[in-house]
Ligand binder design. Structure first.
Ligand SMILES: Nc1ncnc2c1ncn2[C@@H]1O[C@H](COP(=O)(O)OP(=O)(O)OP(=O)(O)O)[C@@H](O)[C@H]1O
Ligand SMILES: [Mg+2]
Length: 386
């Protein structure tokens, strides 16, 4: 019997195809999501999602409510099968396997601990199915309790712990059987701000220590920026951009990403050769592919705008500078947020964030005139209407 696919192509073992698809200095993917679609009736919650995740990576799925983050995570977990496409983990095609035959631990937003079992029993739950000797299970539970910073809490019940503590137990339960993949669906969003920040570090630390490939779903950009090796930004069932936190923040591929992560001033503008016209002013910017005169959106982050003393950049000493007046100034603790108006901007408002030092140095107060610089390399240009 010949080993051929229907199309008559020779069958290639999945491990080999995964290896050859990667360039020599890139690790082969541990998790490979290929052309995944998910339909709920007529509605497509995921549209042709493809994504490779390396072993040991911490990846965040980030995007607004309803963009498909949980749907994708559930497909990876086998809790809700994709309509089309394939998922490989560790070189094994898991696309249609039930959850029990996949290799992952999962933590949900609601701690989902068994209320009638002690903390120790909760953590031991998955281990007991592995038929290990009792002493070994007990030792592992003790080790895990220590690992999540809650030694000596094993005899309590979930209701006797705080939300943050319960979530640490959920985490311990998820990693108890040393899964190849750790899946976290908004694990911190039910917790108050302080506990959240604290646990953020703990989870990241733990992940590093264990080296376990991790996917965390979140709609909190700060969480994603501070924890992820790579962020997958999703919107309406598609991937908008995949990149490291700095890539995503500094070089947003689309206006959606620029707007969703961090803040951005946006202006209707016109492209010209290596420049962009906003209102009456022309600003040089990084090279772009737009034809002269193409209507575009120019964007710049408030913190990228540089303040100078009024008139100090006169006589064209520096391009990309405009004269403005501060119409509003808001103290936000670590910086000042200002609303700026100026002749060159027409009726538009420019929001700029200035450091406490800069504000003091330049004696910035409401009503003061100053010159601001919009650095060419920080001006982002996007197609209009996209
Ligand atoms: N079982 C279902 N039946 C029908 N539609 C569904 C089902 N599950 C999800 N959807 C729809 O699919 C889309 C994606 O949902 P999903 O839960 O993946 O979003 P999400 O990105 O996780 O959002 P959130 O941040 O609110 O958790 C939504 O429009 C949702 O209404
Ligand atoms: Mg969700």
């Amino acid at each position: 019997m010949r080993h051929e696919t229907l199309a008559g192509q020779p069958r290639i073992p999945t491990e080999v195809s995964a290896m050859t698809a990667a360039s020599p200095n890139v690790k082969p993917a541990y998790l490979r999501i290929a052309n995944v679609w998910k339909a709920f009736g007529e509605f497509h919650a995921l549209k042709d999602i493809s994504l490779d995740i390396s072993e040991g990576e911490f990846v965040c799925f980030l995007g607004p409510s309803g963009c498909g983050k949980t749907t994708l995570l559930r497909a990876i977990a086998g809790l809700d099968l994709q309509t089309r496409g394939s998922i490989q983990q560790g070189g094994r095609d898991v696309s249609t396997l039930p959850p029990s035959q996949r290799d992952y631990g999962i933590v949900f937003q609601s701690y989902a601990l068994f209320p009638n079992l002690t903390i120790a029993k909760n953590i031991a739950f998955g281990l007991e199915n592995t038929k290990r000797p009792r002493a070994e299970i007990e030792a592992r539970v003790t080790e895990l309790l220590k690992l999540v910073g809650l030694p000596d809490q094993g005899n309590k019940y979930p209701a006797q712990l705080s939300g943050g503590q319960q979530q640490r137990i959920a985490l311990a339960r998820a990693i108890a059987i040393s899964p190849g993949l750790l899946l976290l669906d908004e694990p911190l969003s039910a917790l108050d701000a302080k506990v959240r920040t604290h646990l953020r570090h703990e989870i990241k630390e733990l992940q590093r220590k264990l080296g376990v490939t991790t996917i965390m779903v979140t709609h909190d950009q700060e969480e994603a920026l501070s924890m992820a090796d790579r962020i997958v930004v999703m919107n309406h069932g598609v991937i908008e951009q995949i990149g490291t936190p700095t890539e995503i923040y500094r070089h947003p591929a689309t206006l959606f990403v620029a707007d969703f992560i961090g803040e951005a001033n946006k202006f209707a503008a016109r492209a010209s050769n290596n420049a962009v016209g906003i209102g009456a002013a022309s600003f040089s910017c990084a090279a772009h592919d737009f034809d002269d005169g193409t209507p575009v959106i120019a964007a710049i982050r408030p913190e990228d705008i540089i303040p100078h003393a009024s008139g100090s950049l006169a006589n064209g000493a520096t391009a990309n500078a405009i004269d403005v007046t501060i119409s509003e100034m808001e103290f936000l603790g670590s910086f000042w947020r200002t609303r700026l108006h100026g002749h060159a901007l027409g009726n538009e408002t420019l929001i700029a964030d200035f450091s406490i030092n800069a504000a003091r140095r330049l004696s910035l107060v409401q009503g003061v005139a100053l010159t601001v610089e919009l650095p060419a390399e920080r001006l982002l240009i996007y197609p209009r209407g996209a």
